[in-house]
Each structure stands twice: as structure tokens, then as C-alpha cells.
Design a binder for this molecule. Structure first.
Ligand SMILES: NC(=O)c1ccc[n+]([C@@H]2O[C@H](COP(=O)([O-])OP(=O)(O)OC[C@H]3O[C@@H](n4cnc5c(N)ncnc54)[C@H](O)[C@@H]3O)[C@@H](O)[C@H]2O)c1
Ligand SMILES: O=C(O)C[C@H](O)C(=O)O
Length: 348
């Protein structure tokens, strides 16, 4: 049974990325993988629980630290019974946050409130900005060298908030802070494969910009394998990718936003970060990072991952006229979300 779950996770992971299966390739066993401590902050939540499960299935993880303000003992006890490599520990409440973070190589943050129908991601700012600010301060104190994968929305603002907190603490390393935009890539691949009628396993689509509405810019002109899609098809695919989160929020009708697909995307991205740390060559995924490829200080694009986190921020490559227009249109909104985060972090 376990073997068949692992096999299907592995198949699914290979489908999502031609370069980074969730479980290591043959010849790279857990015995030869270095010790890696990974923390999930918000581990008892809708994303946190399935993400904890997927990280427990990843043999690159030797220690899995599950933190939340409530509910983590149960999640940790449950996940800990799975017979895979990592030791699991649950931590609950702020007084246990330091212990949860000490010695971490990677911290994944899906803590915070999700959207309800009719809300934008920015409507989450008032609650989630404070949560991210305090968790970032704890990361600066207890594991300043860890890579940080920010899932909490609005990502376009929470990443700049974390950067400012780290700067104030004197621990900021731009190579180590990532906004997780992998779900946009996962969606773009799925929707493209459906429209182009090609097997989804082989599909690649870069998604750039940010993670909200029109700031999500899938580059279908660079999608592989190539397909002869009409301009109308490309417009519809672009809109569906940009509205993917809202599609799930509406279908869940008040019971939250994407959790399962997000846990999957988060696990793929975390796996890519761990592979980079472990020196696996040519690990490339899209992420919202400090960037100079546009005039904005943060931008999502393809990023090469290495032993210190970001090894190289890759440029956008050739854009179609439609994508050039999309890029122009997204810049003002993304700029103001970034500035909002920076301003918040520097108040008080
Ligand atoms: N980046 C993306 O693509 C993406 C995709 C989906 C959801 N999200 C975002 O992820 C976040 C979480 O979504 P969810 O569906 O898991 O929500 P959820 O409400 O189910 O879970 C959130 C968890 O965070 C915990 N939490 C709250 N404050 C905390 C704190 N200070 N420290 C630690 N944990 C704390 C809660 O107790 C809860 O268990 C939301 O902001 C959502 O918008 C992002
Ligand atoms: O849409 C949301 O609010 C959650 C997340 O950002 C998503 O893209 O699914």
C-alpha cells in the first residue's frame, strides 16, 4: 500500500516537473542524503496537514517540525506513524516556536487566514501581515540561515514583509527568501495540457510576475510541447490560470481556498529547494524572489536553485505581444502590493 502511494506520488511529481520528482531519483537514497530539518508553520491548517504528509514522504527530510498555534500534537502524532525517514515533532503555541525552528534548513509558511468568496487576496493583508511579521522575526532569531518558502497570502506583500523583518534583524539574504508561486505553474500546466490535448507529464509553462489576479502572467508562448493554439485559446488559458484560486474559493463556497493542490505544489517546490541545497545540478523552478529583471524589487520568474538558495534569477525570455501587454499591465498593481508590505513592516 505504502509502496503504491509512494509510486503514485512519484509519478505525479514527475508529471509536474521534468527536472524535480518529489522523491529522489534512483541512486540518491535517503542513506546518502544529508540531514535536513524542515519546519511547517501553520501545520494544522488546510494546507499544513497535507503538506506535512507530503514532506513526511520526502526522504530528503530527516527531521520534520510541525508548528501551529493549535492542533499540532494530533497532526504530528498521526504523521509520525508513517514509516519513512524523518523524525516528526509537533510544537504548539509561541513559547514552542523557537524549538520548532532551531536548526532548520527550510521553513515553509502556510500560516494565516484563507479567502472566502468575494474577497481578494489583499483583503487578507490585515490579519496575515501581522502573522508573517512575527513568524519572520522568530526565523531571524532561531534559524537565520534557513531557506523560507512563503505560502501565506497576499504573497505579493508577505514576501516583502519578511524581507524587511530580516533586514532589520541583520539576517536578510535575498538568496534565501521565496514566494511560492508553484501552484500557478501547476495550474498552467494542467490547463494547457487539457486545451492542447497533450500528455500533462511532459508539459512545461513558466509563470512570472506575482501571485494575485493579473499579476499572475503565464507565458504560454514558451510552453512546451508546442501546440497551435489560437489567440482566443491563449487568452482563455491565461484568464483561467489567473483566476484559478478564485475558481477553487467559489467551489468551496466559504470553506476556504485551495489546500490539496497547494500542498502538492508546496511539496514540489520544497523538494526543489532541498535538492538545490544538496547540490543537485540544474534545479529550476518559478518563484517570487528579489529580482532585478524588471524595475520592481521582487518578481516571479524562473530561478535556478543551488547550495545557498537562489543561484540565478533567469530572465523572462522572448514574450509575445499579448504577454508584453500583460507585463505592462501588472507592474503598477504588483508595485503597490510590494510597497504596502514594505510600509507595514517598517511601522512601529
Ligand atoms: N501561495 C499560494 O499559492 C497559496 C495557495 C493557497 C492558499 N494560500 C494561503 O495560505 C494560507 C493558509 O491557507 P489554509 O487554507 O491552510 O488556511 P487554514 O485556515 O486552513 O490554516 C491556516 C493555519 O494557520 C494557523 N495559524 C494562524 N496564525 C498562526 C501563527 N501565528 N503561527 C502559526 N500558525 C498560525 C492556523 O491555526 C491554521 O491552522 C492563506 O493565507 C491562503 O490564502 C496560498
Ligand atoms: O486563491 C487564493 O486565495 C488561494 C491561493 O492564492 C490560490 O491561488 O489558490
Amino acid at each position: 500500500m505504502l509502496r503504491s502511494i509512494q509510486a503514485s506520488v512519484k509519478r505525479a511529481a514527475s508529471a509536474a516537473s521534468s527536472t524535480q520528482p518529489l522523491l529522489p531519483r534512483r541512486g540518491y537514497s535517503s542513506e546518502s542524503a544529508p540531514e535536513r530539518k524542515v519546519a511547517v508553520l501553520g501545520a494544522a491548517g488546510g494546507i499544513g496537514q497535507p503538506l506535512a504528509l507530503l514532506m513526511k514522504l520526502n526522504p530528503l527530510v530527516s527531521s520534520l517540525s510541525l508548528y501551529d498555534i493549535a492542533g499540532t500534537p494530533g497532526v504530528a502524532a498521526d504523521v509520525s506513524h508513517i514509516n519513512t525517514r524523518s523524525e516528526v515533532a509537533g510544537y504548539m503555541g509561541e513559547d514552542q516556536l523557537g524549538k520548532a525552528l532551531e536548526g532548520c534548513d527550510l521553513v515553509i509558511i502556510p500560516a494565516g487566514v484563507p479567502r472566502k468568496p468575494g474577497m481578494t487576496r489583499d483583503d487578507l493583508f490585515n490579519i496575515n501581515a501581522g502573522i508573517v511579521k512575527s513568524l519572520s522575526a522568530a526565523i531571524a532569531k532561531y534559524c537565520p540561515n534557513a531557506l523560507v518558502n512563503m505560502i501565506s497570502n497576499p504573497v505579493n506583500s508577505t514576501v516583502p514583509i519578511a524581507a524587511e523583518v530580516f533586514k532589520k534583524a541583520g539576517t536578510y539574504d535575498e538568496k534565501k527568501l521565496f514566494g511560492v508561486t508553484m501552484l500557478d505553474v501547476v495550474r498552467a500546466k494542467t490547463f494547457y495540457a487539457g486545451k492542447a490535448k497533450v500528455p500533462v507529464e511532459g508539459v512545461n509553462v513558466p509563470v512570472v510576475g506575482g501571485h494575485a489576479g493579473i499579476t499572475i502572467l503565464p507565458l504560454f508562448s514558451q510552453a512546451t510541447p508546442k501546440a497551435n493554439l489560437s489567440d482566443e485559446d491563449i487568452k482563455a488559458l491565461t484568464k483561467r490560470t489567473q483566476d484559478g484560486g478564485t475558481e477553487v474559493v467559489e467551489a468551496k463556497a466559504g470553506k476556504g481556498s485551495a489546500t490539496l493542490s497547494m500542498a502538492y505544489a508546496g511539496a514540489i517546490f520544497a523538494d526543489a529547494c532541498l535538492k538545490g541545497l544538496n547540490g543537485v545540478p540544474d534545479v529550476v523552478e518559478c518563484s517570487f524572489v528579489q529580482s532585478s529583471i524588471t524595475e520592481l524589487p521582487f518578481f516571479a520568474s524562473k530561478v535556478k536553485l543551488g547550495k545557498n538558495g537562489v543561484e540565478e534569477v533567469l530572465d523572462l525570455g522572448p514574450l509575445s505581444d499579448y504577454e508584453k501587454q500583460g507585463l505592462e499591465s501588472l507592474l503598477p498593481e504588483l508595485k503597490s502590493s510590494i510597497e504596502k508590505g514594505i510600509k507595514f513592516a517598517n511601522q512601529g
